[in-house]
Design a protein around this ligand. Sequence first.
Ligand code: E4P
Length: 217
Amino acid sequence: MKIFLDSADLNEVRTASEWGVISGVTTNPTLVARAGAKDFKAVVAEICRLVPGGPISAEVISNDTAGILKEARELAVINPQVVIKIPITPVGLAAVKQLATEGISTNVTLVFSTAQAILAAAAGATFVSPFVGRLDDIGANGLDLIREIVTVMDIYQYPTEVIAASIRHPQHVVEVALAGTHIATVPYKVLRQLFEHPLTVQGMERFQADWEALQGK
Ligand code: E4P
């Protein structure tokens, strides 16, 4: 399973990239607003530079196919790493199909059902993003959705990769990995938490103390 960072904050992207564990980044309009990234295209370009070679999702906001295509082409020229993130709607999938013929990668987002994921794959989406946490929030089971979508993609050998999105805590990361997702896109805070274990801290303190005792400190 690959790990993407779910953030538009350049400091978070820089730090997570330095850790060596992320191979892509996803953004959405909320994350861009939260990061105060007024010059969206400049931020996308900088994220591409910070995560060389990794797919970087940039979301469109138009509600018609022509508008989506215009935004998509403008974003795609920033860097070949850019992936156009498009909500699952009929006009959105029409754009996905067209962008596939132009060699532009897409990430179909706001996916909450297996049926929606099948449509995205049929349209030629490069990635599909089912939202685990938001389903859990309404009492549904986000992990079951990941399992089902991965199974369908596998049965029919769709090249579309599944990005488990809306990850809320470290256990989500483990569970979507066990569910067979290709990628988990993880917020910075959760990514940091993944490193943590009290026995690691305790072990490091003990190694340090024993080493210093040996040196007579
Ligand atoms: C990523 O593609 C999604 O936009 C993101 O994971 C949504 O997360 P949220 O449900 O925490 O807003």
